[in-house]
Design a protein around this ligand. Structure first.
Ligand SMILES: Nc1ncnc2c1ncn2[C@@H]1O[C@H](COP(=O)(O)OP(=O)(O)O)[C@@H](O)[C@H]1O
Ligand SMILES: [Mg+2]
Length: 352
């Protein structure tokens, strides 16, 4: 089921009349059968967007389509959605079986059929052997799987997840996110996944919408956004260690950091810009920018070495192959081709 947002906007007005624009004019088409993440910092409008799609919040302006159907004013229970929240919101006094079966109660289906559906969903999420337990007897990851099974039991057209992994510890988070991806693929269900965790979004999504201040910054495949961020905000939001962003100059077709660190060639016009280079896009070279021994420090991270040095007072982090660094010698550094991002100093927008 394709989901289309047209000019979707939400303004909250508090008692004093002060307005907060939580979601600002979103135009997004979410392709059918894909997993799309809404990614951005806390408060950027992800949950508000999701709840408008769910029908739990009424938009201030704009429209929502499921396929060709305008669902903007449709009641939540008529939209055919399954919703999963950060806190699993299971009924503690019910068994896992009863929890998963709960959404079927008002449907006219027999006990046998309901039991079969519960078993199908429990098997899908890998908790079929836990059906007689109470939620408190399960781990957080298992509880979240129960919540997912419950969201799927009515065979929704769309699955909506709001930070479903945030309450889990690191190991379970990893495992559960792989499970969500598998379940989503198996069912081919159009899924919107809200998260503030860039690594999580990068690993799980077919497409990502990066948001800031209620607006769409970029909508594309994770790797495309990582490689070609449209602005400095997006560039900074993705990647660990983060992208280096330093003031630089374009002069006669050369991009220069500090006095004489030429990082690339360009046809951008002369001037001052913010230059972005990801740590892993540096490399040790034979001829290039020399950092004398004693003016850099290193940290070994597995096969890679993180070199820290300063250019005109700004620290730069370069992640290079450990074999190429001899800490007792000067190091000569360069940048891989086509890996230098040039951003407008005022707007942060990428300059081509
Ligand atoms: N019910 C509400 N009333 C007033 N302001 C709200 C309400 N819900 C969210 N907001 C505000 O809207 C903005 C977006 O919130 P939210 O969608 O929850 O962000 P996110 O999920 O990205 O962290 C925030 O500034 C938040 O404070
Ligand atoms: Mg939220």
């Amino acid at each position: 089921m394709q989901i289309k947002l047209e000019g979707l906007t939400k303004v909250f007005t508090d008692k004093t009349g002060k307005e907060t624009v939580a979601v600002n004019n979103l135009d997004i088409t979410i392709p059918s059968g894909k997993l799309v993440s809404l990614l951005g910092p806390s408060g950027c409008g992800k949950s508000t967007t999701l709840y408008m799609i769910a029908g739990l919040l009424k938009p201030s302006a704009g429209k929502i389509f499921f396929g060709n159907e305008d669902v903007t004013n449709l009641a939540p229970e008529k939209r055919g959605i399954g919703l999963v929240f950060q806190n699993y919101a299971l009924y503690p006094h019910m068994t896992v079986r009863q929890n998963i079966m709960f959404p079927l109660e008002n449907m006219k289906i027999g006990r046998k059929e309901a039991e079969a559906l519960v078993l199908e969903m429990a098997t899908l999420v890998g908790i079929a052997d836990q059906l007689d337990k109470k939620p408190a007897q399960l781990s957080g990851g298992q509880q979240q799987r129960v919540a997912i099974a419950r969201a799927l039991v009515k065979k929704p057209r769309v699955l909506l997840l709001d930070e479903p992994l945030s309450n889990l510890d690191a190991r379970l988070r990893l495992q559960t996110r792989e499970e969500i991806k598998r379940i989503q693929r198996e069912k081919g269900i159009t899924t919107i996944f809200v998260t503030h965790d860039q690594e999580e979004a990068m690993s799980i999504s077919d497409y990502m919408v990066v948001m800031n201040f209620g607006t769409e910054q970029q909508f594309a495949k994770p790797q495309d956004i990582y490689t070609n961020p449209v602005n400095a905000f997006v560039a900074k939001f993705l990647g660990v260690p983060p992208i280096n962003l330093v003031e630089g100059e374009v002069k006669s077709g050369k991009v220069i950091l500090g006095k004489d660190f030429v990082v690339s060639e360009t046809n951008v016009k002369d001037g001052l810009y913010n230059i972005g280079i990801r740590p892993e896009d540096f490399r040790v070279v034979e001829k290039g920018y020399k950092i004398p021994v004693g003016q850099y420090d290193v940290e070994t991270i597995g096969r890679d070495t993180l070199i820290r040095f300063e250019v005109e007072g700004t620290q730069i982090r370069a992640l290079v192959d450990s074999d190429t660094v001899d800490v007792e010698k000067d190091v000569i550094i360069g940048v891989k081709t086509n890996k230098v991002h040039i951003f407008d100093k005022e707007t942060g927008v990428v300059v081509k």
